[in-house]
Design a protein around this ligand. Structure first.
Ligand SMILES: [Zn+2]
Length: 324
C-alpha cells in the first residue's frame, strides 16, 4: 500500500472514531446516579475563560487524534472558541450544578478548604473522564487501523492504552471513592493545599492533575507496583485583575508533595515556576491569543517539546516564559 493511501485511510478512521466518541454517552460520576453526564466545563466559561479570551477565542491543547497521526502533528495548541474547550463528560446537569456552585461565578475563595476540595474534585473528575474518552478512542482506532499499520506503531499504541487502562481500573476508582467520602463527611482535613492569589491576570487558565513525584515518578512506579499513585491537582483560575493558583492533594500523599508545600507566591522565580508546571504537566491548558502569538516559532517549538514529553525534561526552567 502506498504511504499516501495509508495516511488517507488513517484519517478516515480517525474521523469516524472522533464522531462516535462525541456521541458516546457516559453515566454521571456521582455514586448511584443513573442519569447521563452532560458536557461540562472543567474551566468556567464566564469569568475564567472569558478573562483570557480575545473575540471569544483562545488557544487550547489539540486533543483530537489527528494531532497524533495527522499532518498538523506539530501544532499542539490551536485556536478555538471558549465554548469548545475544557469540556468533559463527568456529571449530570443536576450534580454538575449543585456540587460546584460554591466556586462558580467568581465566588472562588482560595483560602476556603471546601473550595480547595472542589478544585481537587473537579481536576480528578476531568482527568478520569478525559482518560476514559481517550481509552475508548484508542481502542476503536486500533481495531480500525490494525490491518494496515506497522507493528512498531501498534506496539506503541498498545503500551499507551495499557497505561491509561491501569489508571482507569486501579487508581481512578480509589481516588473517586476517597473524594466522595470527603464530600459527604465534609472532613476537609483529608486534603492539604498550598493556594494563593497573584494580583494580575496571568493570561493562562488550567485544570490538571499530575504526579507530584514528576521526573522521579517512573522509578517510584517500578518499586511500588501495587501502591496507589500519588496525585496532585493544579488549578490556575484567571479573573479580570487577579489569578488564583491552587495546588491541592490528599493529605496521605503529604510526603510526596514537599516541592509543592514550599512554593511561596513572593519567591523571585514564581512566574517561571508556574510557567513550567502549567506547560509541562497540564493536558488542559488555555492561553490568551496575543500571549501565544507574540512568541516566535522556535519558542513555540521549545514549549511543544516540553509539552509532549511524558516526563519532565531536564532544564525545564528554560521553558520560554508564556505567562503575562
Ligand atoms: Zn448525577
Amino acid at each position: 500500500m502506498r504511504e499516501s493511501q495509508r495516511i488517507k485511510l488513517i484519517r478516515t478512521a480517525i474521523g469516524k472514531v472522533e464522531k462516535s466518541a462525541n456521541r458516546k454517552e457516559y453515566k454521571c460520576m456521582y455514586p448511584d446516579c443513573n442519569l447521563f453526564s452532560i458536557k461540562s466545563h472543567s474551566q468556567q466559561k464566564r469569568h475564567q475563560l472569558q478573562s483570557i479570551s480575545e473575540n471569544s477565542r483562545i488557544y487550547a491543547l489539540n486533543n483530537s487524534l489527528y494531532s497524533i497521526f495527522g499532518d498538523d502533528i506539530n501544532e499542539l495548541l490551536v485556536e478555538k472558541t471558549i465554548g469548545e474547550v475544557s469540556r468533559y463528560k463527568g456529571y449530570c446537569n443536576t450534580h454538575d450544578t449543585n456540587i460546584f456552585i460554591p466556586i462558580e461565578n467568581g465566588n472562588l475563595n482560595i483560602n476556603n478548604p471546601e473550595h480547595n476540595f472542589l478544585l481537587l474534585l473537579r481536576a480528578i473528575s476531568f482527568e478520569y473522564a478525559h482518560k476514559r474518552d481517550m481509552h475508548y478512542k484508542l481502542t476503536e482506532l486500533f481495531n480500525k487501523i490494525r490491518d494496515f499499520t506497522s507493528y512498531d506503531i501498534l506496539k506503541n499504541f498498545e503500551e499507551h492504552k495499557r497505561g491509561i487502562k491501569l489508571f482507569l481500573d486501579k487508581d481512578a476508582p480509589v481516588y473517586m471513592n476517597k473524594l466522595y467520602d470527603i464530600y459527604k463527611s465534609r472532613n476537609w482535613s483529608k486534603i492539604s493545599y498550598n493556594s494563593f492569589s497573584l494580583n494580575r491576570n496571568l493570561g493562562v487558565s488550567s485544570t490538571t492533575c499530575f504526579s507530584p513525584l514528576r521526573e522521579k515518578h517512573c522509578e517510584w512506579a517500578v518499586n511500588n507496583l501495587y501502591e496507589l499513585q500519588p496525585i496532585i491537582s493544579l488549578n490556575v483560575v484567571p479573573e479580570y485583575n487577579k489569578t488564583s493558583v491552587a495546588f491541592v492533594w490528599f493529605s496521605e500523599f503529604e510526603k510526596s508533595c514537599d516541592e509543592f508545600i514550599k512554593i511561596n507566591k513572593d519567591q523571585e522565580n514564581i512566574l517561571q515556576l508556574l510557567n513550567t508546571y502549567i506547560l509541562c504537566e497540564s493536558e488542559d491548558t488555555c492561553v490568551k491569543p496575543s500571549l501565544w502569538e507574540r512568541l516566535n516559532q522556535s519558542e513555540r517549538y521549545e514549549i511543544y517539546r516540553h509539552m509532549s514529553s511524558s516526563h519532565s525534561l531536564s532544564g525545564a526552567d528554560s521553558v520560554p516564559l508564556l505567562l503575562n
